[in-house]
Design a binder for this molecule. Structure first.
Ligand code: AMP
Ligand code: MG
Length: 342
């Protein structure tokens, strides 16, 4: 179905599945989500099991009315109201103190809750049909790139979920921005389309957070999920940062070496540079200045490299301002933070 042509009968069936404690994968504007009833601890347990996700990595609760924020959050500070007005429905998740009725299974045992009101119309209809509070992480097996097509949900979760709603390719392609509002200064835990710059315009003082979490920091992480391996393709991914001519020369030399060793090499590049590479698999994520397109294509490219059995993968680096910060955050995680600076 599409957002303009919603299959009401399927949505009703899906809603029924959710209300009975089942799981439904569905499109949102960011990536596909794997939904279960947020107030049913058994549903949350099933989500972790279907994804193979560690159960201390909390889920985001999806709502379809701003008022419902007060049904999951124990306190809603002024900043949260301002952000909801400015960015909901949309790709922004807020961390707030949780209400006791919300099961700890849904929040990974934390006393805070992550809440989002997605703008995709299929998602909104499904949340409504499912009772209004749908816990949903990305609909991939843990560690794999988030799904931007229903086909990728099927690859990862077929037989593990009760229904997969096909809503075509998602609009944005990267997960929501996460902002933590439980401290004095709001802090970004995961960059996304609602950028630091936009959040500052609306709230004033916002901490941009680190570009990627420090994996060596053993103090309790604010966003528990951040410590786990993410988005990793099967091949070794390396980011190469520097002037374009040096980057292409470096990568081409690597390609020659890998070819001699019988290893297929993939390159993630841009429209400007795609003709400069001699790799087996060259994939442009879009024009360098068009960060939105790069964001939308990134996870699809990572998945295609798996199918095409790229043993070594090189990615060009991107500016980490605006949406580029979200792109670099996902790339760095996918690469296990392996970066060559030229
Ligand atoms: P995903 O659903 O795959 O986009 O991942 C959701 C992410 O949201 C998790 O990895 C957590 O890092 C983050 N998250 C969810 N709930 C909380 C919370 N209460 N506090 C901090 N981070 C959270
Ligand atoms: Mg995820």
């Amino acid at each position: 179905m599409t957002e303009e042509d919603i299959d009401e009968a399927q949505i009703l069936r899906a809603g029924e599945i959710l209300r009975r404690g089942g799981l439904v994968a569905f499109p949102t504007e960011t990536v596909y989500g794997l939904g279960g009833d947020a107030f049913n601890p058994e549903s949350s347990r099933k989500i972790y099991e279907a994804k193979g996700r560690p159960s201390d990595n909390p889920l985001i609760v999806h709502i379809c009315r701003i008022e419902d924020l007060d049904r999951v959050a124990a306190r809603v500070p002024r900043e949260a109201r301002i952000l909801a007005k400015a960015f909901w429905p949309g790709p922004l998740t807020m961390i707030l103190p949780k209400r006791p009725e919300l099961p700890g299974e849904t929040t990974g045992g934390l006393d805070t809750v992550a809440v989002r009101f997605p703008s995709n119309r299929i998602a909104m209809a499904l949340i409504e049909a499912g009772g209004g509070f749908i816990a949903a992480p990305s609909a991939n097996r843990s560690g794999r790139p988030s799904p931007t097509l229903a086909q990728y949900c099927r690859e990862d979760l077929d037989g593990r979920v009760d229904m997969i709603i096909d809503g075509g390719q998602v609009g944005l392609g990267l997960e929501s921005t996460i902002i933590d509002l439980t401290d004095k200064v709001p802090v970004i835990l995961r960059p996304g389309f609602v950028t630091w710059e936009k959040l500052q315009e609306v709230l004033g003082n916002v901490d941009a957070g680190s570009l990627v979490p420090d994996l060596n920091d053993s103090s309790a992480p604010k966003a528990p999920g951040m410590k786990y391996r993410h988005y990793a393709p099967k091949g070794n991914l390396t980011i190469v940062d520097g002037p374009a001519d040096k980057v292409t020369a470096y990568i081409n030399e690597k390609i020659r070496g890998h070819r001699a060793a019988g290893i297929r090499t993939g390159v993630i590049c841009t429209e400007e540079t795609k003709d400069a590479y001699s790799a087996d698999l060259v994939k442009s994520a879009g024009p360098r200045e068009d960060e939105e397109t790069v964001a939308k294509e990134l996870f699809r490219i990572l998945r295609e490299f798996d199918d095409e059995e790229a043993g070594e993968i090189y990615a060009e680096s991107f500016d980490s301002t605006g949406v580029g910060r979200a792109v670099m955050n996902r790339l760095l995680k996918a690469a296990g933070q392996r970066v060559i600076h030229l």
